[in-house]
Design a protein around this ligand. Structure first.
Ligand SMILES: *[C@@H]1O[C@H](CO)[C@@H](O)[C@H](O)[C@H]1NC(C)=O
Ligand SMILES: *[C@@H]1O[C@H](CO)[C@@H](O)[C@H](O)[C@H]1NC(C)=O
Ligand SMILES: *[C@@H]1O[C@H](CO)[C@@H](O)[C@H](O)[C@H]1NC(C)=O
Ligand SMILES: *[C@@H]1O[C@H](CO)[C@@H](O)[C@H](O)[C@H]1NC(C)=O
Ligand SMILES: *[C@@H]1O[C@H](CO)[C@@H](O)[C@H](O)[C@H]1NC(C)=O
Ligand SMILES: *[C@@H]1O[C@H](CO)[C@@H](O)[C@H](O)[C@H]1NC(C)=O
Length: 206
């Protein structure tokens, strides 16, 4: 009799736990769907102000659950992705500069690109670090630093692209370098627009 009661109790508790879990699961599922839509819309609306909205949405969408509807996180993520992409491009272009079939002026132009990209990596790295910890303290000073670094990174990309044209680097190698550098330039330009559109009255109610 006693063991019967005990197992009945275990079954009952089991059913209760299962029910509670299912309820919690479906509730969080509904909230998540709602928020995911909201967060995706936030990215679309914000990206609408950038120069390359499609690239902006494409690169940031998979981070919507981290960004939520936070403009500072959005700008931070955009800068981080530019940095990541610049690092990748740097290694791609470095390898190309070592190819043996290059003419002297081509090799020089591509080496300049490697240097310019390396500068842009430093600048993006500093801006990522700064925006991550940005708060109401020294806001104007830090924002001005970020803008300066990101604009400089963009200039470095442009310098590389102009160098390729001037030194008449041709063929597949030019396509590969300019395709990659154009991509970081566009991502960086988007990130700059997102940084630029941060509304601090909203963020820190000064
Ligand atoms: C969904 O958003 C609401 C408010 O916008 C928030 O309170 C809630 O924690 C969010 N849910 C999830 C799972 O992020
Ligand atoms: C993007 O901006 C255009 C006008 O520039 C507007 O018509 C469109 O509705 C906007 N889209 C979003 C998702 O905000
Ligand atoms: C790095 O660049 C190469 C060449 O453009 C590309 O195929 C690859 O997907 C990139 N990797 C990352 C992590 O961006
Ligand atoms: C790009 O690199 C070349 C070679 O180091 C340099 O002469 C040029 O000033 C650089 N441009 C920028 C904007 O840093
Ligand atoms: C602002 O961030 C700095 C670090 O960058 C930190 O030392 C400071 O305590 C923060 N201030 C506020 C008000 O959160
Ligand atoms: C910034 O946000 C505040 C508060 O939400 C709003 O009143 C103001 O119009 C916004 N400024 C800009 C430039 O969007």
């Amino acid at each position: 009799m006693e063991s019967c009661n005990f197992s009945t109790l275990v079954v009952l508790i089991g059913v209760l736990v299962l029910c509670t879990e299912m309820k919690a699961f479906s509730a969080s599922g509904a909230t998540n769907t709602y928020n995911t839509t909201k967060y995706t819309q936030f990215i679309q609306t914000s990206c609408n102000e950038t120069t390359y909205p499609q690239l902006c949405v494409k690169s940031l969408s998979s981070y919507s659950n981290k960004i939520k509807a936070n403009p500072q996180k959005l700008a931070y993520t955009a800068l981080s992705l530019s940095l990541k992409s610049a690092k990748n491009t740097s290694s791609v272009v470095s390898k190309l500069s070592q190819q043996s079939n290059l003419k002297r002026n081509e090799r020089a132009a591509i080496k300049d690109c490697v240097e310019n990209i390396s500068e842009s990596i430093d600048e993006l790295r500093q801006s990522v670090k700064e925006i991550k910890t940005l708060n109401a303290t020294q806001l104007d000073y830090k924002m001005s630093n970020i803008m300066t670094w990101v604009s400089a990174a963009l200039t470095d990309d442009d310098t590389c692209l102009e160098g390729l044209d001037e030194e008449t680097v041709k063929g597949k190698i030019k396509d590969t370098v300019s395709k990659n550098v154009l991509n970081i330039a566009q991502m960086t330009s988007n990130a700059l627009a997102l940084v630029n559109s941060l509304n601090f009255t909203q963020l820190y109610s000064r």
